[in-house]
Design a protein around this ligand. Structure first.
Ligand code: BTN
Length: 316
């Protein structure tokens, strides 16, 4: 990590093996070995005899160094666990949960058993951003859904910073128009009145061309690269996302969820629409007029005002 930081700090100016060694307190031979190892991991490094090394380009990987160098947060992302392939980053995070420091991140290039809400599979090929964040808030377990709303706001804001016009569709999908670009799965370890930890799993179709998704998902999905017409720098996006999450989380800890709810409503493209909400028992049709602090959708129709805790929302 330190050698990558030193190369990045030097920019386009070559830095000699001797200077690198001095900076890091290691021999020139060790510097050379580290450089070789970085090259094996996909870093392109130019080395000119006599002048030194220049980092030409980092690999398109979410290595901890790529996320943490330049990351402007104080809690989220202090500890980053990286995997090329994993079953599910949420499962790894849940195993680490109690021992992990608050803000620990688990990130993977590919998930072989990614999980969505309601036990659905979550397709997680190379090019996406599949990550889980461990939080340890002092709130009642019943209030944990507020953290899911918070994550939706953080993701939508990070995308808007990247020039993508993201909105939130109830219950908590980040969408471009009607097409889903990100899903959030919050899980927790809790007793009746105490949360051990919360895992917020965030799955973003980043550099995943929509046409490469399974056929049944193409119609309703979008990705950052498809909407922008070019691949995005995933590491930079993750940095913006972690910063956005931390801003919302610190606000949540100090002020509670009022501002988050306001932001959620203004980022949402559900509120104000005529919707059908399909619940296990019935379909509720009417106008979506708001959400309550725990994320239930408020739907108004001739029969009255309904608070729908869970369901599938269809825009009319
Ligand atoms: C949804 O159904 O909308 C939620 C999808 C959540 C997917 C993310 S990807 C990272 C984390 N690991 C998982 O297995 N799921 C979540």
């Amino acid at each position: 990590m330190d050698i990558i930081r030193a190369l990045k700090e030097a920019g386009e100016a070559p830095i000699s093996g001797e200077d690198l060694g001095e900076k890091l307190g290691i021999s020139r031979t060790m510097v050379w070995k580290y450089i070789k190892a970085l090259e094996e991991n996909g870093y392109v490094i130019e080395s000119s005899p006599g002048a030194g090394y220049v980092l030409v380009s980092p690999p398109d990987k979410l290595y901890p160094a790529e996320i943490s160098i330049g990351l402007d947060t104080s809690i989220i992302g202090n500890d980053i666990h990286y995997f090329e392939t994993v079953d599910s980053t949420n499962d790894v995070a849940k195993k680490m949960g109690i021992r992990a420091e608050e803000g620990t991140i688990v990130v993977a290039e590919v998930q072989e058993n990614g999980r969505g809400r309601k036990g659905d599979p979550w397709i997680s090929p190379k090019g996406g951003i599949w990550l889980s964040v461990i939080l340890k808030p002092s709130i009642l377990p019943a209030h944990a859904p507020r953290l899911t709303l918070m994550a939706g706001v953080a993701v939508a804001n990070a995308m808007r910073q990247f020039g993508v016009d993201a909105s939130i569709k109830w219950p908590n999908d980040v969408v471009i128009g009607k097409k889903k670009i990100c899903g959030i799965l919050t899980e927790m370890d809790a007793e009746a009145d105490h949360i051990g930890f919360v895992v917020i799993g965030i799955g973003i179709n980043a550099n995943v061309p929509v046409e490469e998704l399974p056929e049944e998902l193409r119609e309703g999905s979008m990705s950052l690269s498809s909407i922008k017409g070019e691949r995005i720098n995933r590491a930079e996006f993750v940095q913006a996302l972690l910063k956005s999450l931390e801003t919302e989380y610190l606000r949540f800890k100090v002020d509670g969820s009022t501002k988050i709810l306001e932001d959620w409503i203004s980022l949402s493209n559900t509120i104000g629409r005529q919707v059908d909400v399909i619940t296990p028992h019935k379909i509720i049709s009417g106008k979506a007029t708001g959400i309550n602090p725990d994320g239930a959708l408020i739907v108004e129709n001739d029969e009255g005002v309904h608070e729908v805790i869970a369901g599938r929302c269809i825009y009319k």
